[in-house]
Design a protein around this ligand. Structure first.
Ligand code: COA
Length: 324
Protein backbone atom coordinates (compact mmCIF):
# COMPACT_ATOMS: atom_id res chain seq x y z
CA UNK A 1 0.00 0.00 0.00
CA UNK A 2 1.48 3.38 -0.99
CA UNK A 3 1.77 6.11 1.67
CA UNK A 4 -0.97 8.75 1.95
CA UNK A 5 0.15 12.13 0.57
CA UNK A 6 -1.65 15.48 0.84
CA UNK A 7 -2.73 16.71 -2.61
CA UNK A 8 -3.76 20.29 -3.45
CA UNK A 9 -7.07 20.18 -5.33
CA UNK A 10 -8.27 23.79 -5.14
CA UNK A 11 -6.94 27.35 -4.94
CA UNK A 12 -8.61 30.71 -4.33
CA UNK A 13 -7.68 34.31 -3.63
CA UNK A 14 -9.35 37.49 -2.36
CA UNK A 15 -8.23 41.12 -2.54
CA UNK A 16 -9.66 44.32 -1.06
CA UNK A 17 -11.34 46.66 -3.55
CA UNK A 18 -9.09 49.68 -3.06
CA UNK A 19 -6.03 49.88 -5.32
CA UNK A 20 -3.22 52.13 -4.02
CA UNK A 21 -0.71 53.01 -6.72
CA UNK A 22 2.88 54.15 -6.26
CA UNK A 23 1.75 57.56 -7.43
CA UNK A 24 -0.91 57.64 -4.66
CA UNK A 25 1.83 56.98 -2.08
CA UNK A 26 4.09 59.64 -3.57
CA UNK A 27 1.42 62.29 -2.85
CA UNK A 28 1.55 61.34 0.88
CA UNK A 29 5.26 60.73 1.51
CA UNK A 30 8.70 61.41 0.10
CA UNK A 31 8.92 58.61 -2.47
CA UNK A 32 8.35 58.13 -6.20
CA UNK A 33 6.92 55.60 -8.61
CA UNK A 34 10.38 55.31 -10.17
CA UNK A 35 12.12 54.50 -6.83
CA UNK A 36 9.50 51.94 -5.77
CA UNK A 37 9.53 50.09 -9.11
CA UNK A 38 13.32 50.09 -9.34
CA UNK A 39 14.06 49.03 -5.74
CA UNK A 40 11.10 46.64 -5.13
CA UNK A 41 9.35 45.80 -8.44
CA UNK A 42 5.97 46.84 -6.96
CA UNK A 43 3.51 49.00 -8.96
CA UNK A 44 0.39 48.87 -6.81
CA UNK A 45 -1.10 47.16 -3.76
CA UNK A 46 -4.54 46.84 -2.13
CA UNK A 47 -5.62 48.45 1.15
CA UNK A 48 -8.50 46.93 3.12
CA UNK A 49 -11.32 49.04 4.53
CA UNK A 50 -13.24 48.51 7.81
CA UNK A 51 -15.49 45.85 6.27
CA UNK A 52 -12.60 43.91 4.71
CA UNK A 53 -11.13 42.33 7.85
CA UNK A 54 -8.72 39.40 7.79
CA UNK A 55 -11.59 36.95 8.43
CA UNK A 56 -13.70 38.44 5.61
CA UNK A 57 -10.88 38.17 3.07
CA UNK A 58 -9.98 34.68 4.38
CA UNK A 59 -13.59 33.51 4.02
CA UNK A 60 -13.83 34.69 0.40
CA UNK A 61 -10.52 33.04 -0.52
CA UNK A 62 -11.58 29.80 1.20
CA UNK A 63 -14.96 29.74 -0.60
CA UNK A 64 -13.13 30.11 -3.90
CA UNK A 65 -10.67 27.31 -3.02
CA UNK A 66 -13.58 25.00 -2.11
CA UNK A 67 -15.34 25.90 -5.39
CA UNK A 68 -12.12 25.35 -7.34
CA UNK A 69 -11.92 21.85 -5.80
CA UNK A 70 -15.66 21.23 -6.32
CA UNK A 71 -16.23 20.39 -2.63
CA UNK A 72 -18.24 21.99 0.21
CA UNK A 73 -16.31 21.15 3.38
CA UNK A 74 -12.95 20.25 4.94
CA UNK A 75 -11.89 18.32 8.04
CA UNK A 76 -9.37 20.91 9.25
CA UNK A 77 -9.04 24.67 8.75
CA UNK A 78 -5.87 26.64 9.43
CA UNK A 79 -5.61 30.41 9.06
CA UNK A 80 -2.03 31.65 8.76
CA UNK A 81 -2.19 35.25 9.93
CA UNK A 82 -0.33 37.75 12.09
CA UNK A 83 -3.12 40.31 11.79
CA UNK A 84 -6.07 38.39 13.31
CA UNK A 85 -9.45 40.11 13.69
CA UNK A 86 -8.94 39.96 17.48
CA UNK A 87 -5.96 39.04 19.68
CA UNK A 88 -8.33 36.53 21.29
CA UNK A 89 -9.99 34.35 20.05
CA UNK A 90 -8.31 32.98 16.91
CA UNK A 91 -9.66 33.91 13.47
CA UNK A 92 -9.93 30.33 12.12
CA UNK A 93 -13.06 29.23 14.05
CA UNK A 94 -14.88 32.35 12.77
CA UNK A 95 -13.84 31.58 9.18
CA UNK A 96 -14.97 27.96 9.63
CA UNK A 97 -18.34 29.21 10.93
CA UNK A 98 -18.64 31.64 7.99
CA UNK A 99 -18.23 28.60 5.72
CA UNK A 100 -20.87 26.63 7.65
CA UNK A 101 -18.23 24.23 8.98
CA UNK A 102 -19.14 23.61 12.64
CA UNK A 103 -17.18 21.27 14.88
CA UNK A 104 -14.03 20.93 12.75
CA UNK A 105 -10.52 21.59 14.07
CA UNK A 106 -9.73 25.26 13.34
CA UNK A 107 -6.73 27.24 14.53
CA UNK A 108 -4.37 30.10 13.59
CA UNK A 109 -0.66 29.96 12.86
CA UNK A 110 1.31 33.19 13.36
CA UNK A 111 4.52 32.91 11.37
CA UNK A 112 4.16 36.30 9.63
CA UNK A 113 5.30 36.05 5.96
CA UNK A 114 6.17 32.33 6.36
CA UNK A 115 2.68 31.58 7.68
CA UNK A 116 1.33 29.87 4.57
CA UNK A 117 4.38 27.57 4.28
CA UNK A 118 4.00 26.65 7.98
CA UNK A 119 0.25 26.03 7.59
CA UNK A 120 0.57 24.04 4.37
CA UNK A 121 3.33 21.85 5.81
CA UNK A 122 1.43 21.13 9.03
CA UNK A 123 -1.84 20.43 7.16
CA UNK A 124 0.02 18.00 4.90
CA UNK A 125 1.46 16.24 7.99
CA UNK A 126 -2.07 15.97 9.44
CA UNK A 127 -3.36 14.41 6.22
CA UNK A 128 -0.43 12.06 5.63
CA UNK A 129 -0.64 10.84 9.25
CA UNK A 130 -4.26 9.88 8.65
CA UNK A 131 -5.54 12.30 11.35
CA UNK A 132 -7.79 14.15 8.87
CA UNK A 133 -8.71 13.44 5.26
CA UNK A 134 -8.92 17.04 4.02
CA UNK A 135 -7.88 20.57 4.98
CA UNK A 136 -8.34 24.22 4.07
CA UNK A 137 -5.13 26.22 4.44
CA UNK A 138 -5.62 29.98 4.29
CA UNK A 139 -3.02 32.75 4.37
CA UNK A 140 -4.63 36.12 5.17
CA UNK A 141 -3.18 39.41 6.38
CA UNK A 142 -4.16 43.08 6.61
CA UNK A 143 -0.84 44.64 7.63
CA UNK A 144 -1.60 48.04 6.09
CA UNK A 145 -3.64 48.83 9.25
CA UNK A 146 -0.45 48.54 11.32
CA UNK A 147 1.84 50.63 9.10
CA UNK A 148 3.17 54.01 10.13
CA UNK A 149 1.72 56.26 7.39
CA UNK A 150 4.97 58.28 7.53
CA UNK A 151 7.30 55.28 7.16
CA UNK A 152 8.15 55.08 3.46
CA UNK A 153 10.23 51.90 3.81
CA UNK A 154 7.24 49.78 4.97
CA UNK A 155 4.37 51.66 3.28
CA UNK A 156 5.69 51.05 -0.22
CA UNK A 157 6.01 47.28 0.28
CA UNK A 158 2.91 46.04 2.11
CA UNK A 159 -0.58 45.31 0.80
CA UNK A 160 -3.58 43.29 2.08
CA UNK A 161 -5.14 40.07 0.80
CA UNK A 162 -5.90 36.39 1.32
CA UNK A 163 -5.21 33.15 -0.51
CA UNK A 164 -6.34 29.60 0.18
CA UNK A 165 -5.64 26.01 -0.81
CA UNK A 166 -7.86 22.95 -0.34
CA UNK A 167 -6.00 19.65 0.15
CA UNK A 168 -7.13 16.07 0.53
CA UNK A 169 -5.59 12.62 0.87
CA UNK A 170 -4.08 11.13 -2.29
CA UNK A 171 -0.84 9.73 -3.62
CA UNK A 172 2.56 11.24 -4.40
CA UNK A 173 2.14 10.60 -8.15
CA UNK A 174 -0.96 12.82 -8.44
CA UNK A 175 -0.64 16.41 -9.71
CA UNK A 176 -0.80 18.73 -6.68
CA UNK A 177 1.05 16.37 -4.30
CA UNK A 178 2.94 17.99 -1.43
CA UNK A 179 6.20 16.03 -1.60
CA UNK A 180 8.60 17.59 0.93
CA UNK A 181 8.73 20.42 3.45
CA UNK A 182 11.26 22.11 5.72
CA UNK A 183 10.44 24.66 8.44
CA UNK A 184 12.83 26.76 10.57
CA UNK A 185 12.98 29.63 13.07
CA UNK A 186 15.46 31.89 14.88
CA UNK A 187 13.92 33.78 17.79
CA UNK A 188 17.19 35.60 18.51
CA UNK A 189 16.31 37.78 15.51
CA UNK A 190 12.79 38.64 16.69
CA UNK A 191 13.32 42.40 16.52
CA UNK A 192 14.07 42.40 12.76
CA UNK A 193 10.34 42.38 11.96
CA UNK A 194 7.99 43.33 14.79
CA UNK A 195 5.07 45.27 16.15
CA UNK A 196 6.35 46.26 19.62
CA UNK A 197 4.01 45.58 22.55
CA UNK A 198 2.99 49.15 23.35
CA UNK A 199 -0.24 51.03 22.72
CA UNK A 200 -0.48 52.44 19.20
CA UNK A 201 2.78 50.81 18.07
CA UNK A 202 3.39 50.48 14.33
CA UNK A 203 4.94 47.65 12.32
CA UNK A 204 8.76 47.95 12.20
CA UNK A 205 11.22 46.26 9.86
CA UNK A 206 15.01 46.46 9.50
CA UNK A 207 14.81 46.29 5.70
CA UNK A 208 18.45 45.77 4.76
CA UNK A 209 19.11 43.02 7.33
CA UNK A 210 15.81 41.32 6.44
CA UNK A 211 16.83 41.40 2.78
CA UNK A 212 20.14 39.63 3.48
CA UNK A 213 18.70 37.01 5.85
CA UNK A 214 15.71 36.35 3.57
CA UNK A 215 17.97 35.54 0.63
CA UNK A 216 20.18 33.11 2.54
CA UNK A 217 17.35 31.43 4.51
CA UNK A 218 15.09 30.93 1.48
CA UNK A 219 17.98 29.68 -0.68
CA UNK A 220 19.03 27.13 1.99
CA UNK A 221 15.48 25.82 2.40
CA UNK A 222 14.96 25.53 -1.35
CA UNK A 223 18.16 23.47 -1.57
CA UNK A 224 16.98 21.25 1.33
CA UNK A 225 13.66 20.34 -0.31
CA UNK A 226 15.27 19.87 -3.74
CA UNK A 227 17.69 17.35 -2.18
CA UNK A 228 14.80 15.56 -0.45
CA UNK A 229 12.79 15.08 -3.64
CA UNK A 230 15.86 14.50 -5.82
CA UNK A 231 15.25 17.37 -8.27
CA UNK A 232 18.05 19.47 -9.75
CA UNK A 233 17.62 23.26 -9.86
CA UNK A 234 17.37 23.03 -13.67
CA UNK A 235 14.38 20.70 -13.44
CA UNK A 236 12.27 23.14 -11.40
CA UNK A 237 9.42 24.54 -13.52
CA UNK A 238 8.39 27.26 -11.08
CA UNK A 239 9.81 29.02 -8.01
CA UNK A 240 6.92 30.57 -6.09
CA UNK A 241 8.71 32.57 -3.40
CA UNK A 242 7.29 35.01 -0.87
CA UNK A 243 6.60 38.20 -2.82
CA UNK A 244 8.44 40.91 -0.85
CA UNK A 245 10.90 42.41 -3.27
CA UNK A 246 11.72 41.55 -6.89
CA UNK A 247 15.44 41.80 -6.14
CA UNK A 248 15.07 39.13 -3.40
CA UNK A 249 13.27 36.79 -5.83
CA UNK A 250 15.96 37.12 -8.50
CA UNK A 251 18.78 36.70 -5.98
CA UNK A 252 17.23 33.51 -4.52
CA UNK A 253 16.88 32.15 -8.07
CA UNK A 254 20.49 32.91 -8.89
CA UNK A 255 21.88 31.51 -5.59
CA UNK A 256 19.96 28.23 -5.98
CA UNK A 257 20.66 27.91 -9.72
CA UNK A 258 16.98 28.00 -10.67
CA UNK A 259 16.66 30.07 -13.88
CA UNK A 260 15.30 33.57 -13.03
CA UNK A 261 12.62 33.15 -15.71
CA UNK A 262 11.08 30.38 -13.52
CA UNK A 263 10.36 32.79 -10.64
CA UNK A 264 6.63 33.55 -10.39
CA UNK A 265 6.09 37.33 -10.12
CA UNK A 266 2.88 38.69 -8.61
CA UNK A 267 4.18 41.46 -6.32
CA UNK A 268 3.96 44.08 -9.05
CA UNK A 269 0.16 44.11 -8.57
CA UNK A 270 -0.24 43.34 -4.85
CA UNK A 271 3.01 44.10 -3.01
CA UNK A 272 3.94 42.03 0.03
CA UNK A 273 0.70 40.51 1.36
CA UNK A 274 2.52 38.57 4.12
CA UNK A 275 0.87 35.14 4.71
CA UNK A 276 -1.35 35.64 1.64
CA UNK A 277 1.60 36.20 -0.66
CA UNK A 278 2.31 32.62 -1.79
CA UNK A 279 -1.28 31.37 -2.20
CA UNK A 280 -2.15 34.59 -4.09
CA UNK A 281 0.87 34.08 -6.37
CA UNK A 282 -0.22 30.45 -6.89
CA UNK A 283 -3.77 31.58 -7.68
CA UNK A 284 -2.42 34.13 -10.13
CA UNK A 285 -0.25 31.46 -11.81
CA UNK A 286 -3.38 29.28 -12.09
CA UNK A 287 -5.57 31.98 -13.63
CA UNK A 288 -2.86 33.07 -16.08
CA UNK A 289 -2.22 29.48 -17.23
CA UNK A 290 1.45 29.76 -16.28
CA UNK A 291 1.61 26.10 -15.15
CA UNK A 292 0.54 22.68 -16.34
CA UNK A 293 -0.49 19.79 -14.05
CA UNK A 294 2.52 17.89 -12.78
CA UNK A 295 4.98 20.79 -13.15
CA UNK A 296 7.71 20.72 -10.49
CA UNK A 297 7.10 23.66 -8.14
CA UNK A 298 9.06 24.95 -5.13
CA UNK A 299 7.48 27.34 -2.61
CA UNK A 300 9.64 29.29 -0.14
CA UNK A 301 9.20 32.12 2.36
CA UNK A 302 10.98 34.12 5.05
CA UNK A 303 9.25 36.21 7.69
CA UNK A 304 9.10 37.64 11.18
CA UNK A 305 10.10 35.43 14.09
CA UNK A 306 12.29 34.99 12.24
CA UNK A 307 10.75 32.01 10.43
CA UNK A 308 11.42 30.40 7.07
CA UNK A 309 10.89 27.26 5.07
CA UNK A 310 10.17 25.64 1.71
CA UNK A 311 7.88 23.07 0.13
CA UNK A 312 8.33 20.94 -3.00
CA UNK A 313 5.12 19.99 -4.78
CA UNK A 314 3.72 19.28 -8.20
CA UNK A 315 1.27 21.66 -9.86
CA UNK A 316 -2.35 20.55 -9.39
CA UNK A 317 -4.94 19.87 -12.05
CA UNK A 318 -7.39 22.70 -11.26
CA UNK A 319 -9.24 25.74 -12.55
CA UNK A 320 -9.04 28.97 -10.56
CA UNK A 321 -11.01 32.25 -10.40
CA UNK A 322 -9.04 35.52 -10.87
CA UNK A 323 -9.29 37.61 -7.66
CA UNK A 324 -8.19 40.85 -9.34
N1 COA B 1 11.30 56.04 -1.51
C1 COA B 1 12.39 56.74 -1.82
N2 COA B 1 13.59 56.57 -1.18
C2 COA B 1 13.63 55.63 -0.22
C3 COA B 1 12.51 54.87 0.15
C4 COA B 1 11.31 55.10 -0.54
N3 COA B 1 10.17 54.42 -0.28
N4 COA B 1 12.86 54.02 1.13
C5 COA B 1 14.15 54.25 1.39
N5 COA B 1 14.61 55.23 0.58
C6 COA B 1 15.95 55.80 0.51
C7 COA B 1 16.70 55.70 1.82
O1 COA B 1 16.41 56.77 2.68
C8 COA B 1 18.13 55.72 1.35
O2 COA B 1 18.52 57.00 1.07
P1 COA B 1 20.02 57.50 1.39
O3 COA B 1 20.91 56.65 0.52
O4 COA B 1 20.00 58.94 1.01
O5 COA B 1 20.22 57.25 2.86
C9 COA B 1 18.07 54.95 0.02
O6 COA B 1 16.70 55.05 -0.42
C10 COA B 1 18.42 53.50 0.14
O7 COA B 1 17.76 52.97 1.30
P2 COA B 1 17.85 51.49 1.70
O8 COA B 1 17.17 51.25 3.01
O9 COA B 1 19.26 51.04 1.53
O10 COA B 1 16.95 50.88 0.56
P3 COA B 1 16.92 49.41 0.05
O11 COA B 1 17.41 49.35 -1.31
O12 COA B 1 17.46 48.44 1.08
O13 COA B 1 15.35 49.15 -0.03
C11 COA B 1 13.63 48.01 1.13
C12 COA B 1 14.55 49.21 1.14
C13 COA B 1 12.76 48.06 2.38
C14 COA B 1 12.77 48.08 -0.12
C15 COA B 1 14.50 46.72 1.09
O14 COA B 1 15.47 46.77 2.11
C16 COA B 1 13.72 45.46 1.24
O15 COA B 1 12.97 45.08 0.36
N6 COA B 1 13.96 44.72 2.34
C17 COA B 1 13.33 43.44 2.55
C18 COA B 1 11.90 43.63 2.91
C19 COA B 1 11.22 42.34 3.11
O16 COA B 1 11.52 41.36 2.47
N7 COA B 1 10.27 42.35 4.03
C20 COA B 1 9.40 41.31 4.30
C21 COA B 1 10.03 40.09 4.80
S1 COA B 1 8.80 39.28 5.65
Amino acid sequence: MSAVTAVIRGLGGALPERVVSNHDLSTRMDTSDEWIRRRTGISERRHSNDTESTSVLATTAAKRALASAGVASAGLLIVATSTPDKICPATAPKVAANLGLYGIAAYDIAAVCSGFIYALATASWAISSGSVDSALVIGADTFTRLLNPRDRTTSVIFGDGAGAAYLSAGTSGEPGAVLASTLHSDGTAETLIQVPRSAGAFFEMQGKEVFTQAVSAMSDSVETVLARVGWTADEVDSLIAHQANLRILSTVASVTGIPGSKAEIHLDRVGNTSAASIPLAMTNAGTKGHRIPGDKVVLTAFGGGTTWGAIAMTWPSISVVDPH
